[in-house]
Design a binder for this molecule. Structure first.
Ligand code: GAP
Length: 452
């Protein structure tokens, strides 16, 4: 089989209701996408797989969810206001706006001209007016990463959970960046989702933890079904303003290896800066607090009898990039013995948007339909995820549709099901297409074993 192209994924996503262009009926809003009935299920499953591995299966991580809008001072003192830029160049011939670091041989990718303006910094953060009067003075930034919210609440989480170092805070949610050139479907958008962990460690142990987290995260990608040969580490030479060391996990896309997650050693850059600047803010605002800088966003180490600002190792995954990677990896075209092509989305079962489809063979037979409803409701109680009643009335079409959207199990209710006692149904496996008959009362146990 040839490698999956982005066009195949975009087409499947639209055809089957995974992803639609944002504001499509008005020509689309560049860099935004909306998730359809199946897309939202897959996205939830990716989120849940990440949350399970990063929070539930560990004993050293808490969760947090912060607002998308935040005070301008958060982004001033995080260094983003001064340093979160891309270099922009305009093509003087075709007027295209270009990201300087994406140019090959200094040529415009649209028209090939080398007549470009000098590179100039272009702010990536998005601003929005806030409050009833839009006079330019009252505004907030839409967060370009979830991390800063986590830093501002480091002390709240520490105090409310009595954690000891090392420990982490996980956060998943939307981020916004005014990308100069959104491209490659969900890969580079202006509104996207991140799943980030800030892991707080004792200064001096950061390099060791950075190595540990690189490996933990690489294993997570493999556990989602991505083969090792499609993944690699890429060490950064050019670093973001906050990082001492940075390494990307990259996936081999049709255009080559590209970033899907970053693992950063941020040292005490962020907590340190917020601590220092919060003090100045308090002085200016005449807030009298009986605290010194190390108790602001610092940590009191009881054993060492001293306070200090912890260092931070961050893992930052793009949820939408995970979405694309998992779709690309799972997309399979098979040639059947009769020469037909079967498209199958071989997602790992915990990621599949629909876990099982219950298909009544005849949609105008009330007994068959009633049994199918009953099975659907019983299976829902297993808690394995979405169970869908698929009453299109054409079993062949239903199998094709569910192969394409990655449903691991199809359950068909037929005449035998209502005529025999105990009632049985046909169970069809997505990957092997093997069918077996199984008693209806054994289905919930079967599903639990299969999925949980
Ligand atoms: N808090 C650190 C941080 O945000 P980053 O490397 O800028 O680091 C982390 O972003 C991840 O977020 C990237 O590896 C990528 O998967 C995802 N990401 C970044 N910009 C994106 C965009 N414009 N569209 C989609 N995903 C993006």
């Amino acid at each position: 089989m040839t490698a999956t192209s982005m066009e195949q994924i975009v087409s499947l996503c639209k055809r089957r209701g995974f992803v639609f262009q944002g504001s499509e009926i008005y020509g689309g809003l560049k860099g935004t996408y909306d998730f359809g009935p199946l897309g939202i299920e897959l996205k939830k499953n990716i989120r849940n797989a990440w949350w399970r591995a990063m929070v539930y299966e560990r004993d050293d991580v808490e969760g947090l969810e912060c607002a998308h809008l935040s005070h301008p001072l958060v982004w001033k003192y995080s260094g983003h206001e001064a340093g979160f830029f891309d270099l922009l160049q305009d093509c003087k011939k075709c007027k295209a706006r270009l990201r300087a670091d994406h140019l090959v041989d200094g040529k415009c990718p649209n028209c090939g001209s080398t007549d470009l303006t000098e590179p100039r910094p272009f702010m990536l953060m998005m601003k929005t007016p806030i409050g009833p009067v839009d006079d330019g003075t009252s505004f907030a930034y839409l967060r370009p990463e979830t991390a800063q919210g986590t830093y501002t609440h480091f002390k709240d989480v520490l105090d409310s959970t009595s954690r000891k170092l090392p420990f982490g805070i996980a956060q998943d949610g939307k981020s916004f960046r005014n990308e100069i050139t959104p491209r490659n479907f969900l890969f580079r958008q202006r509104e996207f989702e991140q799943a980030e962990l800030q892991y707080f460690v004792k200064p001096g142990t950061d390099e060791q933890w950075w190595e540990t987290w690189k490996n933990v995260r690489m294993e997570w990608w493999k556990a989602q079904g991505i083969p090792a040969e499609k993944l690699r580490f890429h060490l950064h030479e050019k670093l973001a303003h906050y990082a001492k060391m940075a390494c990307d996990i990259e996936y081999e896309f049709p255009w080559g290896f590209d970033e899907i997650e970053g693992i950063h050693d941020r040292q005490d850059f962020d907590l340190g800066s917020h601590t220092k600047n919060q003090e100045e803010f308090d002085i200016q605002a005449k807030v009298m607090k009986n605290t010194d800088s190390t108790t602001k966003l610092g940590y009191l180490d009881i054993e060492e009898k001293r306070s200090y600002i912890p260092f931070v190792v961050e893992t930052a995954m793009g949820v939408d990039r995970a979405f694309v990677v998992l779709m690309m990896q799972a997309y399979t075209e098979e040639t059947l013995p009769n020469g037909e092509t079967r498209i199958v989305l071989k997602l790992k079962k915990h990621l599949a948007p629909v876990k099982a489809a219950v298909i009544p063979l005849k949609r105008n037979n009330p007994q068959i339909v009633a049994l199918a409803h009953q099975i659907k409701n019983d299976l829902l109680k297993t808690g394995v995820g979405r169970i869908m009643l698929e009453d299109s009335g054409n079993v062949g079409k239903a199998y094709r549709r569910h192969d394409e959207i990655g449903t691991p199990i199809c359950i068909t209710v037929d005449f035998e099901s209502i005529e025999q006692s105990p009632a049985t149904v046909t169970l069809r496996d997505r990957d092997t297409m093997q069918q077996e008959r199984i008693a209806v009362d054994q289905l919930p146990e079967y599903l639990k074993k299969f999925f949980l």
